[in-house]
Design a protein. Structure first.
Length: 250
């Protein structure tokens, strides 16, 4: 009798957050076999596009068009038990990288590559503070302050190039709003020297990157997907303040 090979679908570790993604692959049968037999997905439909599920995760696989340039995707799967998930995927033949703690974002992660080179990250947060008890949540929203030597020029730049609306302005302050988010442009003084930085979570990093690039913003790079579950890029304003725009993976 053949012994059942452990997979991510058998006991213990689970995927805990929804993911829905389509992947173009070179060999549909090979990819179906990998996701089903190695990663433990359940096959829902075998024809093109094939559909496989694992808990709240849904992956569709379609044959890559002839002549199309292969582009590796990056997917992040949140799991409730990184060690058990790692052990089960290793036993299934997935060849995962060693698990690693990314301390500054409090995530424990490991990586798997599918037959087409797509990057699959499995991870879980650790060391996060508990939510405040009901009725005692003190923090509602953050409002960063960025120092500028020329506040009026900064206000114009944030409005004309970065797409912010002017809520209020005077010579030494600008209150700038975009998409329900607010930041303050303040005069650079002895108390407010150097440069500032802040990060915005966004819905579509690539679309925003294209918008800001077309508007003439000082965009530092193309959007990059990182192992801590964010796809992000950075913009510098007229005086070097750093704005990061980050899209969480599905």
């Amino acid at each position: 009798m053949n012994e059942e090979r452990p997979t991510a679908a058998t006991g213990g570790a689970r995927i805990t957050a929804p993911v829905s993604r389509h992947l173009d692959v070179a060999d549909l049968a090979r990819s179906i076999a990998y996701y089903q037999n190695v990663l433990g997905f359940a096959l829902q439909r075998a024809d093109d596009p094939a559909e496989l599920t694992l808990g709240p995760t849904r992956i569709t696989l379609g044959v890559r068009a002839a002549g199309a340039t292969p582009e590796a995707a990056i997917l992040f799967f949140e799991t409730d038990d990184v060690s058990t998930m790692h052990a089960r995927l290793a036993a299934g033949g997935a060849n995962p990288t060693p698990s690693a703690d990314v301390n500054w974002i409090k995530l424990r992660l490991f990586e798997v590559r599918d037959p087409d080179g797509n990057v699959l990250w499995f991870g879980r947060s650790f060391g996060q503070p508990n939510d405040s008890p009901p009725g005692r949540k003190a923090l509602r929203k953050v409002m960063p302050e960025l120092p500028l030597s020329d506040v009026p020029a900064g206000v114009a730049h944030y409005h004309d190039v970065l797409g912010f609306e002017i809520n209020y302005q005077q010579q030494d302050i600008g209150v700038m709003d975009r998409d329900g988010q607010r930041l303050l442009l303040i005069a650079r003084t002895e108390q407010h020297t150097g440069i500032g930085s802040c990060c915005f979570y966004v819905t579509d990093a690539d679309a925003l990157h294209a918008e800001l690039t077309a508007a003439g913003a000082n965009v530092q790079s193309e959007p990059v997907s990182h192992p801590w579950g964010l796809r992000e890029f950075t913009v510098l304003d007229l005086e070097g303040n750093r704005l990061s725009f980050a899209q969480p993976f599905e």
